[in-house]
Design a protein around this ligand. Structure first.
Ligand SMILES: Cc1cc2nc3c(=O)[nH]c(=O)nc-3n(C[C@H](O)[C@H](O)[C@H](O)COP(=O)(O)OP(=O)(O)OC[C@H]3O[C@@H](n4cnc5c(N)ncnc54)[C@H](O)[C@@H]3O)c2cc1C
Length: 802
């Protein structure tokens, strides 16, 4: 071992070696991997090696497609075979809802360069003669999928990394991590100590323990997972070709050929965590005790669908530990609040995702950003609330639903309610149906007061439609109330606050206390990082308000770029509750219970001031995401119920009721407003987002400036735009492909039925050239769409400023 490295990767499973290989691919050869035992010693060695591309999240699918394709490159570079069986994957649905899900996945394949195609049940039977086709309703097939040999893949990555200059040390556990004053690390191992500028935790089954070496707790837990291998089966031996991997969604199972028999794994309902108190240090190349009773009913179900399984008998049961994060996605990126400590763990499908994880983590270390939108895997998508018991409940839910679809209008129940605000009960009493965002309960839509509102999960128009339409009408014609407590709220203060923030945001900061400005943040490459409303609350203090899911993500970026003194960054999300009163009658309602002059002259758009509402003092900001006149009110939680009750009483003559996020989206889309995480992500830049008015080159330097200048100067080839879609049976949901002259050219970033203007609308990054005629595929149906020259509702924003 040398005395120092730029990067030390801890853990030689399939993920660690992938990170190492990708670092060398980026030209970093001064890198090392340290493995406690032999390569593959964690979850990797006993994996079934299945690989597939589909994933509910398009960005995850993209990285899975990258991983699956990478194996050919890896064989070439390393000269080591990966045991690739590119037999494809057959996905089978057994209900009409599942068939709808397959349509949405097939649609995404158009813009993701993956080979997914629909197959009839006859074709499905020809591809895999072992299925009982009468049990299924629809199928699709991806010829690029299949399975690989886990050990060979791991060794191929390792060999390729070594060829790129990396060093690998085996049988040498890392026992201590000590941070140096300069932010680097002393990596203490059994065999000696090396310095590292950056460490990567790829500890897999032991990622929690490797985290604790640096005082870091992670939201992951290992679970037992079993698959069985059968004896020889005559039907398998009679096959003329190897069958594809076959996923039975209803059975939560995957099946593949294993020589002359079959291998089948299930994600059983009766699932079990393993090593809750910590993965044993001395756990080696071992399996867990088989527990066939726990998966028996799942196997019986599978025998109905693949009848020849009955003829096989069980030759071998593999029960191994694998690690899950609360949502089942990997956990990657720089740990918030820590210096030079990256994660590449929580990967529960290493052979589908390991390549993409390695690519993103290596980019992030080398460039300071992952180079694409990887928020679905980013450790910052979880806050401190997601540790411990939360992880336990969510991983149970997630394991059971491994192959389940989540409907676009579905909210999952585990670990809820967790974060509630003082008006939670009042909103429920109004008929509020609650969803969850970053642990916060917030209303989706409202049924009748006093009723328990329920919504049937579906890909079609749901029973929420009429109620959401009524909420939109209420706001557009009168006034409505939307709770903004779950927005992330960060206070930046101190003598150096202005100088610091000015370098982070692209817009000019508010020039004086009481002013508010919309402020994007960019990554060095010019990719979009953030989109915040910044209010100057005092000469040297700012309140930044942004998307609720980005709370930790924003904090991490601010903290990583903050000077060592002169700035204090405080997360005040839980200390400030929010209410947004919006609609043409909003001023009348608020004025009735406030002695502050709220007229447009005294309190214009994008101004902020502390005002009295009832008995409480609140910070009021003139802004609204609905496109109507609006006041966002922020206050300590202790005042929220009081303010809510006073507002509701004052608004009674105007028919004031609370409204939910569905109505909010239906309104923001007809104003053409994008939102963070949908339109505003690292997949796009400011020129593409058409942000000329928010990116000011007539101010000093800011992060991403040079790149943004070039992007604006060159002119984007695609731009955020709105399309109106011809009427269809089902509403647009988001992520549908957009075609121009028969070719998929974009995807829907947000899509909703806009109740007020009565239009199906979608936002997406549309090609600048080629005209305004498009088609959008909605549940398997291609429908005409046209680009709108401007937002269909109040394009000059007169109502917002009124
Ligand atoms: C039964 C079963 C079947 C599976 N089937 C599939 C499948 O078909 N397809 C698929 O994609 N995935 C499958 N998986 C999941 C897959 O195995 C994992 O996603 C993958 O192996 C995770 O790899 P990893 O590198 O993150 O972790 P691990 O393989 O656990 O590797 C972590 C490594 O870190 C080392 N380490 C830990 N602590 C230290 C330390 N202090 N110092 C140095 N080294 C340390 C360990 O020794 C280990 O080698 C399956 C899992 C199981 C249990």
């Amino acid at each position: 071992m040398k005395s120092s490295y730029r990067v030390v990767v801890i853990g030689g499973g399939v993920v660690g070696v992938s990170v190492l290989y990708h670092l060398t691919k980026r030209g970093w050869s001064d890198v090392a991997l340290i493995e406690r035992s032999e390569l593959t010693s964690g979850s990797t060695w006993h994996a079934a090696g299945g690989m597939h591309t589909i994933n509910g999240d398009p960005n995850m699918s993209h990285l899975q497609a990258y991983t699956v394709k990478l194996y050919d490159e890896l064989e070439k570079v390393s000269g080591q075979a990966c045991g690739i069986h590119r037999v494809g994957c057959l996905y089978l649905a057994g209900t009409e809802d599942r068939a709808d899900y397959l349509k949405t996945e097939l649609a995404k394949a158009h813009y993701m360069d993956i080979g997914l195609r629909r197959v009839s049940l006859e074709e499905a039977k020809a591809i895999n003669p072992l299925i009982d086709a009468s049990k299924f309703t629809a199928g699709m097939f991806d010829p690029n999928d299949g399975h690989v040999d886990p050990s060979s893949v791991t060794n191929a990555y390792a060999k390729a990394a070594r060829l790129g200059g990396a060093e690998i040390f085996l049988r040498n556990p890392v026992v201590e991590l000590k941070q140096k004053p300069n932010g680097g690390w002393l990596v203490v191992t059994k065999e000696g100590t090396a310095e590292a500028d950056t460490v990567v935790n790829a500890g897999g089954l032991w990622a929690r323990e490797v985290g604790r070496l640096a005082g870091i707790e992670l939201p992951i837990l290992p679970m037992e997972h079993q698959y069985i291998v059968t004896n020889e089966i005559p039907e398998v031996m009679a096959l003329k070709h190897e069958i594809p991997m076959t996923i039975d969604f209803e059975g939560e199972s995957y099946l593949r050929q294993e020589q002359r028999g079959l291998l089948i794994g299930t994600y059983e309902h009766d699932c079990k965590h393993w090593a809750l108190d910590g993965t044993p240090k001395d756990f080696g190349h071992e399996l867990l005790a088989e527990d066939i009773d726990r998966i028996w009913s799942a196997l019986e179900f599978a025998m109905e669908r693949f009848p020849c399984l009955r003829d096989g008998g069980i030759k071998r049961v593999i029960n191994g530990g694998m690690v899950f994060a609360p949502d089942g996605n990997p956990l990657i990126g720089p740990v918030p609040g820590a210096r030079n400590y990256f994660l590449a763990c929580g990967v529960m499908a290493g052979f589908s995702q390991g390549g993409g994880v390695g690519l993103a983590v290596a980019n992030w270390i080398v460039d300071g950003e992952p180079g694409m939108d990887v928020f679905a895997m980013d450790v910052a998508r979880f806050g401190p609330h997601a540790l411990g018991a939360y992880t336990l409940e969510k991983t149970t839910e997630n394991y059971r639903r491994r192959f389940s679809m989540t409907f676009p209008n579905e909210e999952l129940p585990a670990a809820r309610p967790l974060k509630t605000t003082p008006i939670h009960a009042a909103l429920k009493a109004e008929g509020g149906l609650m969803g969850v965002s970053f642990g916060w309960e917030y209303p989706l839509w409202f049924g009748k007061p006093g009723d328990v509102t329920v919504e049937k999960p579906t890909y079609r128009r749901s029973n929420a439609f009429a109620a959401v339409a009524a909420e939109v009408k209420m706001v557009r014609e009168g006034v409505g109330l939307w709770e903004t407590s779950s927005y992330s709220k960060i206070e930046v203060a101190g003598p150096a606050a202005t100088q610091f923030l000015d370098r982070l945001v692209t817009n000019k900061l508010p020039s004086a206390p009481g002013r508010t400005v919309l402020c994007p943040m960019l990554a060095p490459s010019g990719r979009i990082l953030g989109d915040l409303t910044v209010t100057r609350t005092e000469e040297n203090a700012y309140l930044m308000i942004g998307s609720g899911t980005a709370e930790v993500y924003y904090l991490r970026w601010l903290q990583a770029n903050a000077p060592s003194s002169g700035v204090e960054i405080r997360n005040v999300t839980s200390q400030l509750c929010g209410l947004s009163l919006t609609g043409p009658k909003a001023r009348d309602v608020l004025q009735a219970i406030s002695d502050t002059d709220l007229s447009n002259a005294a309190f214009p758009f994008l101004r902020a001031q502390w005002i009295q509402v009832g008995l409480a003092k609140v910070l009021a900001i003139r802004a609204s995401f609905t496109g109507e006149l609006g006041f966002e009110l922020y206050m300590p939680p202790a005042f929220q119920l009081h303010v809510y009750e006073r507002l509701m009483a004052a608004g009674k003559p105007h028919g004031l009721r609370p409204f939910g996020v569905r109505a909010l989206h239906a309104m923001r889309i007809e104003k053409g407003y994008g939102s963070w995480g949908r339109e505003f992500t690292a997949d796009y830049n400011a020129a593409e987002a058409d942000w000329a008015r928010f990116v000011r080159f007539d101010k000093g330097d800011f992060i991403g400036r040079a790149a943004a200048e070039k992007q604006f100067k060159d002119g984007p080839k695609r731009k955020l735009g709105l399309v109106e879609i011809a009427a269809t049976e089902s509403d647009i949901m988001g992520a549908e492909p957009i075609f121009q002259n028969g070719k998929a050219v974009a995807r829907v970033t947000s899509g909703y039925y806009a109740h007020w203007t009565g239009k199906q609308l979608a936002l997406g990054y549309l090609p600048v050239a080629g005209g305004d005629a498009f088609e959008v595929e909605v549940l398997g149906q291609r429908v005409a769409a046209k680009r709108l020259p401007e937002a269909p509702y109040d394009p000059k924003s007169e109502r917002l400023r009124g």
